[in-house]
Design a protein around this ligand. Structure first.
Ligand SMILES: Cc1cc2nc3c(=O)[nH]c(=O)nc-3n(C[C@H](O)[C@H](O)[C@H](O)COP(=O)(O)O)c2cc1C
Length: 177
């Protein structure tokens, strides 16, 4: 699958997964795609915890009562950032952007491998949730789980929802031209 096909096929998947573990090799390839994402000043601020241990998977499922994908995932990738991001350019940190770039690379890799996932962000921001997942994963006190991806082999076929047409969001040589 080339990159344009992966971009077109990628979608957020919140449905059921096959009850089947993912090969470590695939998990490594997915996270390696995240590692190879660009980052501000190449600071490589995002770190990753891959969860494929069944006991730990069950503990994460207990913390998250929500969507089917989180409940049935065969593995998770947690993206970890500093709680207080360090400024690396003037007064600016790029940790959020670094993390988002890594996540998108991983979403495309997941798609290319025929697996599925969804970017779980909002739920982690609810009171105490990121801390609970962080404690399960042994994340140090000064760091926070910012995004978690539930991974698995999808049992349903979903599609990317529609996008506004190019002309409504992009222009050549001037805004709104
Ligand atoms: C920054 C960000 C945060 C997101 N947070 C969540 C989330 O917490 N839970 C969820 O189910 N989907 C989340 N999503 C997925 C979006 O809902 C999804 O990308 C959007 O609806 C478009 O659908 P698509 O990914 O299938 O193209 C998030 C996506 C982004 C980029």
């Amino acid at each position: 699958m080339d990159v344009f096909e992966a971009i077109a096929k990628r979608h957020s998947y919140r449905g059921p997964f096959r009850d089947q573990a993912l090969p470590r090799e695939d998990l490594r390839r997915i996270v390696q795609a995240g590692i190879q994402a660009p980052s501000g000043k190449n600071a490589q601020t995002t770190t990753f915890v891959v969860v494929d241990d069944l006991e730990l998977i069950l503990q994460i499922r207990e913390v998250h009562p929500g969507n089917t994908a989180m409940q049935q995932a065969a593995a998770y990738v947690a993206c970890v950032l500093d709680k207080v991001p360090e400024a690396i350019y003037e007064r600016h940190s790029f940790q959020i952007e670094d993390c988002a770039a890594s996540v998108e690379n991983m979403l495309l890799a997941v798609t290319a491998l025929g697996d599925a996932t969804v970017w779980i962000d909002g739920w982690l921001r609810l009171e105490g949730m990121a801390e609970k997942i962080g404690a399960l994963l042994g994340v140090p006190e000064d760091k926070i789980v910012r995004i978690i991806l539930p991974l698995g082999i999808p049992l349903e076929t979903h599609q990317q929802p529609g996008r506004k047409p190019f002309e409504e969001r992009a222009w050549f040589n001037g805004y709104g031209v």
